[in-house]
Write a protein that binds this ligand. Sequence first.
Ligand code: NAD
Ligand code: TYD
Length: 332
Amino acid sequence: MKLLVTGGAGFIGSNYVHHHLENHPDDQIVVLDKMTYAGRLENLEGLPEDRCSMVEADICDRETARQTVEGCDTIVNFAAESHVDRSIEAPGEFITTDVFGTYVLLEAARDAGIRHLQISTDEVYGSIEKGSFTESSPIDPSSPYSASKAGGDMIVSAFNHTYGADSLIVRASNNYGPNQHPEKLIPLVVLNALHGDPIPVYGNGLQVRNWLFVRDFCSAIDVVLEKGEAGQVYNVGGPDEKTNIEVVKTILEMAGQDESLITHVEDRLGHDLRYSLGSEKTKGLGWEAQVSFEEGIERTVNWYRDNPEWWGALRSGEYREYYEKQYGTKLG
Ligand code: NAD
Ligand code: TYD
């Protein structure tokens, strides 16, 4: 098989490229990535050059999408603007990439007669106080990010329903692990803890997320790619639900820091209280998460501790500006 992996230089996409090539020695991958602030060539280091190539391009560029799809057997689309806080500040790019870009890829896949697997999120279901969402739960997104992802999902379903396209969706809960940009909670807390910097906790910190180690998500994607049915949605939730404050305290302890670094700051606008996903349908295909939160968070903290060259450059560039704008006044 030859896969086109869009957004493959980002956090989950790059973990997936490594995972898939390690587990499918005969397969090849073409990564197509715009290399936004979130795309990192470092994430693709160490891959076999004869089995992995890279095209720097925008998924919204129809002609490049059409050309790049040629000779590929399937598209796995990770490309997206992915951070809720940035979507609150500037939603436009989210709608362009996550909705229109998805449509461009779907058309390229339909013309080539190949499968399109859309990587989506539990956030399209909105917040849930008790119980868990299933694949038949209604879509009710709250943020510009989740609304854009929901828009992308709706087009994926429409292409299947209307044209019989071989398109399907996986919706994952919050991922964590190596290569994640420090704008997201877990790497932000790890890096701030390692530097002894204050940890910004939005509101009371009692929001709940369903944490999934990224390599477990990668194995679910391969199972769905192989056994999933066109037109279907597959949820992939992590084994553990934690409040944000629990996550922060665990990381502080592992980093040898005390809780005085915790700084409660103004809450996120429209903040979803709890996400929770039921994954029975995906488990029915033979997938099961292997990594508990305790194990995954230890692996993650150790990875950031051992790879300062990965985050060193990040902390001084665009992220520094973003961080100042996002947290400067909040942290005082
Ligand atoms: P990320 O921000 O780390 O990576 C996104 C990648 O897409 C980057 O490499 C970026 O350069 C690329 N990209 C952005 N716009 C593009 C465009 N127009 N054309 C081509 N490439 C473009 O994101 P991530 O956390 O790895 O998330 C990957 C996917 O998984 C996204 O679709 C996201 O919605 C979904 N998802 C993420 C999580 C999570 O916890 N991170 C959970 C569920 C679903
Ligand atoms: P995040 O990693 O942005 O993922 P998502 O919003 O997609 O779930 O945030 C995870 C949770 O952590 C969310 O409830 C918001 C909270 N959070 C903080 O309290 N402080 C922070 O600095 C960040 C980035 C997130």
